[in-house]
Write a protein that binds this ligand. Structure first.
Ligand SMILES: [Ca+2]
Length: 86
């Protein structure tokens, strides 16, 4: 397997771990995303207002949950150090 596919597999694994906690296992609720950020990024969790804003930004189709495609944007922004609260 190439490095990029391994990396995508890891992203998927983390997503699935948290997406499976409540509701639809194929999407992240705000609570699941908050837990994911807390565990994966460490440090102080984002404030509620920041989290609301961030969640809304990620939820591109506006269905109230973050799917894998929307979550990948988070990873890309993190890679670019483009997340304001980090
Ligand atoms: Ca969505």
């Amino acid at each position: 397997m190439t490095t990029i596919f391994e990396a995508i597999g890891i992203l998927r694994k983390v997503f699935d771990k948290f997406a499976g906690k409540e509701g639809d296992a194929k999407t992240l609720t705000k609570k699941e995303l908050t837990e994911l950020l807390k565990e994966q990024l460490g440090g102080a969790p984002p404030k509620q207002a920041e989290m609301d804003k961030f969640f809304k930004m990620l939820d591109d189709d506006g269905d109230g949950v973050v799917n894998f495609n929307e979550y990948v944007v988070l990873c890309a922004k993190n890679a670019n150090k483009d997340l304001t609260f980090l």
